[in-house]
Design a protein around this ligand. Sequence first.
Ligand code: BES
Ligand code: ZN
Ligand code: ZN
Length: 492
Amino acid sequence: MKTIKFYEKLLNEIEADIEIVIVVAKNFDQRFCDAEKELLQEAGFSGDQDETCLLAERRKLFVGADSIKSADIRSAAANAVRALEGKGYRIAKMGAYMNHPSCTATLRAQAEGLLLGGYRFEKYKSKHSDKHLHKVRISLEEYNGFALDIPAAQRAVDKAIVSAEATNFVRDIVNTAPDDCIPETMAEIARDLTRQHKLGVEILGPEEMEREGMNALLAVARASRHEPRLIHLSYTPENPVATVSLVGKGLTYDSGGLSLKPADYMVTMKADKSGGSAVLGILKAVAELHLPVEVHGFVGAVENMIGGDAYKPDDVLRAKNGKTIEVRNTDAEGRLVLADVLCYAQEKVRADYLFDMATLTGACVVGVGQYTTGVMGFAPEPAQRVLYAANTLAGEMATKLDFNRFLRKTLKSEIADICNISNTRYGGAITAGMFLGEFIDEHHRERWAHLDIAGPAFVEHPWGENPHGASGAGVRTIVRLLEKLARGDEHK
Ligand code: BES
Ligand code: ZN
Ligand code: ZN
């Protein structure tokens, strides 16, 4: 599914092959489905969230939503598009859905859902079907009968297109096989973005990194035949209201290194570049939205492999900020890469907010489940901004994980300043976050939040508006957070 468009027309004035109707809260007497009530009941359609029913003769597809809230409508819209996949309909139309007369949040979610649900990853398929939905046309006819503010509705749809396309852009990068997306590929994607958008880019290779003293990152990268890259993308509008730095873990493959992963755990580790890929997607969206916020994206693109040149457990590494790290497990590589990239980012940019995104720990997935991001930091405010943007605005799930001084002690090393793993089996997401905290300087301490996206970044089945595989986790959350900052809203 490629395009959606908002039309200043009534539904029956819009041409389409099929109409999509969302049945909200099992209300079969609503304006869009009155006539089909009995047919739907006969077909056994109960209107449960995401349940679909195609009445081909009536040229209507029905999909259930538990409520008219954004998250339910986004998911329902995505499932409607998925249900039409392969059926041969090319153009669909639907009404607009709004929660309140003057609030376009649900409409934006509806439009996002359509584009997110229409995502397909077919790069490696030799046969392509052409039976895809191409367009959805949204009418000004509104579910509740609200009169639409046309420019506001148009803006909501335009923003939805930007955030959904950025998410799908990230999904493509993450789904790409690890030998087709190496660190230099990520650098090339960043350079490419600067050709189409008002963005600056700087790429560091191993020599520059050596000069910068990024020995932790370089150690992780050493056994790979692919050189590492540090990507710095920048979006610098005039008179920005704030400056935000984003740091992403871009492990194009994580074999575990010499502390090799078991076979079953290695599969899907192409997705270890999800944080870095999200950073690239967010910069693309920010440039397209022309937000009055200065945004810097830093990606540590590295491959963690085995070989005669591999770094090893027992090695001691000196990170960019001079701290020494005792390596006890080469599979805890993300934090080593991020340690150096965080130091670099803070040295380059004195930011109002610093967010890092990483598929950092399996422990986070165990702790909060595979659909939820773990958010950590020293101060509550940056984390709360992330939680609000995720759970309330973007329809992504995020939850806070608290640091504590007892877990900090489990990272102590007898021979270096810190160990790269803790000495306890418990609280692994938090100890990883606290390890990163050791590389946050005084200025950024209260301005930093860490997002562990190990769960939601890549899930091997469809869920809500997300497909099998890469979800683009974190993109919509941070885009919403930046939009809110741009409006100058205080955080509540
Ligand atoms: N990339 C992994 C974390 C991960 C696990 C992401 C599962 C997505 C799904 C990370 O580099 C890693 O291997 N972490 C180790 C840390 C451990 C050695 C302390 C882990 O979680 O097992
Ligand atoms: Zn690892
Ligand atoms: Zn990793």
